[in-house]
Design a protein around this ligand. Structure first.
Ligand code: NAD
Ligand code: DAU
Length: 355
């Protein structure tokens, strides 16, 4: 893998993945990060990487749905491997505006598959990043395995399921080298504060209400983002083509327990000025429509085949994450005020002037 196309590299997991790869001793591939810079794409996430690796890190602002522009990327940079993160990723948004999810998650993935097929002779791998949400909802027993039938509930998970099927179809039909990973809920630095954990941290810091859907009894399986990045790289290097690997934190928790731990950890590392517990900010609100009750991942296959296990515990991971958000208050402020988007606006204006 000489020239690795990472899509969605300015988002939460993609930026952590690029940072992880470039920190690995002996890693000497070039990374071409293609990102449309939607509301979730933040160039701040990799500003230091941009400066430190001028030759091995290239950023291209492009929509994966734009076939002409993506054709140029594949040809100019002689892409020989793809790690595809780019997606509309937030379930609540997919309930309000599903169209963008179909475009990016389904048609965008299709475009990348088509371009990879066109350059099949030099393509080493197409790795597709997916989610455990494609499997639907569990009751109190059982775990999702790689053979659990797909049963998506939201427009987001349905669009991810469709893209997974296309990736598998390209392998079966064209003998194309693909791997897929289906991961559970990630948390850690650089996550956009619309998702549960960063929203709760930033609201708790600002003394704002902490909206918990329903009674907070829904269960998610939390994995620290760096553990996910390590899993993806192991799969890209050693995964069997055509195979799917589940990735999970072996860390099932009810939402209300996550929020309580988060409040208690914040009270300890950043005592509130008025001395009141952050738990007082918890506010039970209307439930999400079609809210999946429980996700839980069996990642035995990844452990047995590629020797991966989640290393970070929730206790240490949540404290690291909270400390990151507290320390990076300017990042939070730029995201909350939308200031980080000025850079994007400037890029568009410069491009228009150049044209
Ligand atoms: P994110 O929303 O933080 O980032 C998505 C990135 O994709 C952004 O930088 C955005 O600008 C970019 N993007 C969106 N549409 C694009 C388009 N049309 N063309 C080019 N770039 C585009 O998402 P994330 O949480 O980092 O998730 C990354 C991937 O991991 C997604 O495929 C998601 O389904 C999957 N995933 C996420 C989680 C999680 O807990 N966050 C868990 C499992 C799987
Ligand atoms: O399971 C993997 C998926 O995890 C990824 O595929 C998605 O991209 C990612 O967004 C995430 O989906 P969830 O819907 O599980 O994540 P979210 O952070 O939105 O919500 C986590 C849980 O917390 C869920 O049960 C809903 C609840 N919740 C969420 C928010 C934003 C609340 O109770 N209050 C909130 O304000």
């Amino acid at each position: 893998m000489k020239n690795i196309l990472v899509t969605g590299g300015c988002g939460f997991i993609g930026s952590n993945f690029i940072r992880y790869l470039l920190s690995l001793p002996g890693f000497n591939s070039t990374i071409i990060n293609v990102d449309k810079l939607t509301y979730a794409g933040n160039p701040d996430n990799l500003a230091d990487i941009d400066k430190s690796f001028p030759e091995r890190y290239i950023f291209v602002q492009s929509d994966i749905c734009d076939m002409e522009s993506m054709t140029g990327v594949f040809e100019t940079y002689e892409i020989d491997a793809v790690c595809h993160f780019a997606a509309e990723s937030h379930v609540d948004r997919s309930i309000v505006e599903p169209g963008a999810f179909l475009n990016t998650n389904v048609m965008g993935t299709f475009n990348l598959l088509e371009l990879s097929r066109k350059h099949k002779d030099r393509m080493v791998l197409f790795h597709h990043i997916s989610t455990d949400e494609v499997f639907g909802s569990l009751d109190d027993k059982g775990l999702f395995s790689e053979t659990t039938p797909y049963d998506p509930s939201s427009p987001y998970s349905a669009s991810k399921a469709a893209s997974d099927h296309m990736v598998r179809a390209y392998h079966r039909t064209y003998g194309f080298p693909v791997t897929i990973s289906n991961c559970s809920n990630n948390y850690g630095p650089y996550q956009f504060p619309e998702k549960l954990i960063p929203l709760m941290i930033t609201n708790a810091k600002a003394g704002k209400p902490l909206p918990v859907y329903g009674q907070g009894h829904n269960i998610r399986d939390w994995v620290y983002v760096e553990d996910h990045c390590k899993a993806v790289w192991k799969i890209m290097k050693g995964g069997r083509h055509g195979e799917t690997y589940n990735v999970g934190g072996r860390c099932e928790m009810r939402n209300i327990d996550v929020v309580n731990i988060l409040c208690d950890t914040m009270d300890r590392v950043d005592p509130p000025a008025d001395g009141r517990s952050r738990r007082d900010l918890i506010n039970f609100v209307k439930d999400r429509p079609g809210h999946d009750y429980r996700y839980a991942i069996d990642c035995t296959k990844l452990q047995n085949e590629l020797d991966w296990i989640p290393e970070e515990s929730f206790k240490t991971g949540i404290e690291k994450t909270i400390r990151w958000y507290l320390k990076n208050e300017p990042w939070v402020r730029r995201v909350q005020t939308g200031e980080y988007r000025n850079w994007i606006k400037q890029q568009y204006e410069d491009r228009e002037r150049a044209e």
